[in-house]
Design a protein around this ligand. Sequence first.
Ligand SMILES: NC(=O)c1ccc[n+]([C@@H]2O[C@H](COP(=O)([O-])OP(=O)(O)OC[C@H]3O[C@@H](n4cnc5c(N)ncnc54)[C@H](OP(=O)(O)O)[C@@H]3O)[C@@H](O)[C@H]2O)c1
Length: 209
Amino acid sequence: MTTEKLTITVLGAGNIGGTLGRKWIAAGHQVTFGVNDPQGKHAQALRTEFGDRVTIGSVAEVLANNADVVVMALPGATMDSTITTFAAQLDGRTIIDTANRMGGGPMNSFATFQEKTPRSHVYRAFNSLGWENYADPLFNGEPADLFYCGPNDASRTAVEQLIAAVGLRPIYLGGVEQVGLVDAIAGLWFALALGQHKGRHLAFKVLSR
Ligand SMILES: NC(=O)c1ccc[n+]([C@@H]2O[C@H](COP(=O)([O-])OP(=O)(O)OC[C@H]3O[C@@H](n4cnc5c(N)ncnc54)[C@H](OP(=O)(O)O)[C@@H]3O)[C@@H](O)[C@H]2O)c1
C-alpha cells in the first residue's frame, strides 16, 4: 500500500471528524477542518492541540483548497443542504460519507451525491462503529475491521490508506451498490452496543482460513 501523504478536508470536528482528523494528523497527513462555528469548542480544542499545524474554517473556506479527500462528518440532518450548497466544490472529488441520517430512510447520502455531484467518487466508511473504536481500534492487540464500499478505481487507494492510518483493517465490500450492506453493519452495531447494552467499545472482525 502506498504511504503517500494526503491532503484531507474534514467537514465536522466533533466525535467523528475530530477523532479521525487527529489520527490522520498523527500519521503525517495535512488535515483541514470545516465547521459550523470556527470559534466554537471543537475548533478551539483543535487549535489548542495543534496550533498552526491545522487550518480550521467555514465549510466554504475549507472546500476551496481542493484536498485529495473530503470526509463528511456532519450531522445527518445537515447533509442534503451541505451537498446542495457546495455541489460545485464537491463534484469530481473523492468523498467519504461517515454521516448517519437517523429517523427513517437510508442512513447514507448516496442518492443526494448521485444527484448533485454525479462525478464524485463517494465511499461509505467510518459510519458503522462508535467513535471510541476509531480512537482506540485495538482489541486484545488486534485491529478491528472496518467495512467500506465505493468505486473500485484509483481513488480507492487513498480511502484504504486512511482507514489503515486510523489503525483499522479495511474490508472492501464492493461498489456503491453495497452501501445498504455497510449501513446494515451500522444497524448491527446499534443493536449490540446500544440495544443489547454491550457497550460502545464494540467492533467486528472477519475470520477466515
Ligand atoms: N458519534 C459516533 O460515534 C458516530 C459514529 C458513526 C457515525 N457517526 C455520524 O457522524 C456524523 C458526526 O457525528 P459526531 O458524533 O461527530 O457529531 P458532533 O460531535 O455533534 O460533531 C458535529 C460536527 O459537525 C459540525 N456541523 C454541524 N452542523 C454543521 C453545518 N451545517 N455545517 C458545517 N459543520 C456543521 C459541528 O460544527 P461545530 O464544531 O461548529 O459545532 C461539529 O464539528 C453524524 O452524521 C453521525 O451520525 C457518528
